[in-house]
Design a protein around this ligand. Structure first.
Ligand SMILES: C[S@@+](CC[C@H](N)C(=O)[O-])C[C@H]1O[C@@H](n2cnc3c(N)ncnc32)[C@H](O)[C@@H]1O
Length: 208
C-alpha cells in the first residue's frame, strides 16, 4: 500500500465534515498577524485552511490524501470561502508547492510511515517569505487513542527546531515551547496532551 492509499483509506472511513474550528495554536499564534498568502501542509479536511480564509488569508492547502482534499474543498465551499483557497495534492516527501508565502503552517504533520519529516519541515521554512512566519505544531505526548506505539519518544520543540538546521541569525524565535491542552478522541474520550510549538519569523532581508 502506498502512503497515499494509506491516508485515502483512513479518510474514506472518516466523516467528511469539518470540525468547524481551527487548531487552538493556529488561532492563538496567527490570529494577530495581518492576512496575506498562507501555505498549509497536511490540511486534512481543511479546518485550519477554512479558518485562515475566513480571517482574510488566501490559502494554498496541501495534503497527500486526495480524499481529504475533496472533503476540504467541499468544506471551503460550504463556508463560502472557496474563492480564497486552492488545494494541491502533494506527497511532501516527493514534491512541494512552488513559491514563497507570508505564513507557512504545519499542524500535526505526522505519519506512521517512514518519511523525511525533518526535510519537509526544512522546506517549509524555505517557503517562508521575507518577514513571514513559520508555525509548526506537533505532538509532544501520546494521546491514549493515538496510533503511535506506546514506546514512542517525542522530540522537544528545541529538538525539532534543531532538525531544521536554520541559521540562527536569519530567524526570530517567537515561541519555541510546549503547551498542554485538553483533547478529545474519536469516541469522545478526553485527555490532557502536550504539543510542541515552533513559531518563527524570518528576519526581513534574510535569505537562506
Ligand atoms: C495527523 S493528520 C493532521 C491533520 C491536520 N493538519 C490537523 O491539524 O488536524 C496528518 C495529515 O498529514 C497528511 N500527510 C501525511 N503524510 C503526508 C505527506 N507525505 N505529504 C503530505 N501530506 C501528508 C495526512 O493525509 C493527514 O491529513
Amino acid at each position: 500500500m502506498t502512503h497515499q492509499e494509506f491516508w485515502n483509506d483512513l479518510y474514506r472511513k472518516a466523516s467528511p465534515a469539518s470540525s468547524g474550528a481551527p487548531g487552538l495554536a493556529l488561532a492563538q499564534f496567527t490570529g494577530p498577524l495581518a492576512a496575506g498568502h498562507a501555505l498549509e501542509l497536511g490540511c486534512a479536511r481543511g479546518d485550519d485552511a477554512v479558518w485562515l480564509a475566513r480571517q482574510g488569508w488566501t490559502v494554498t492547502a496541501t495534503d497527500i490524501s486526495t480524499v481529504a482534499l475533496g472533503y476540504a474543498e467541499e468544506n471551503a465551499r460550504r463556508a463560502g470561502v472557496a474563492h480564497r483557497l486552492s488545494f494541491e495534492a502533494h506527497d511532501l516527501a516527493v514534491s512541494f508547492p512552488k513559491g514563497r508565502c507570508d505564513l507557512v503552517t504545519a499542524s500535526f504533520l505526522h505519519s506512521p510511515q517512514d518519511w523525511p519529516r525533518a526535510k519537509v519541515l526544512a522546506q517549509a521554512a524555505e517557503a517562508v517569505s521575507d518577514a513571514g512566519h513559520l508555525l509548526i505544531v506537533e505532538h509532544a505526548s501520546r494521546a491514549p487513542w493515538s496510533w503511535a506505539p506506546e514506546t514512542t519518544r517525542y522530540p522537544t520543540a528545541e529538538d525539532t527546531l534543531a532538525s531544521l538546521r536554520l541559521p540562527d541569525d536569519m530567524w526570530q524565535r517567537l515561541c519555541v515551547c510546549q503547551i498542554a491542552r485538553r483533547a478529545s478522541g474519536p469516541d469522545g474520550q478526553e485527555a490532557t496532551v502536550t504539543d510542541n510549538i515552533i513559531f518563527l519569523q524570518r528576519l526581513a532581508g534574510a535569505e537562506t
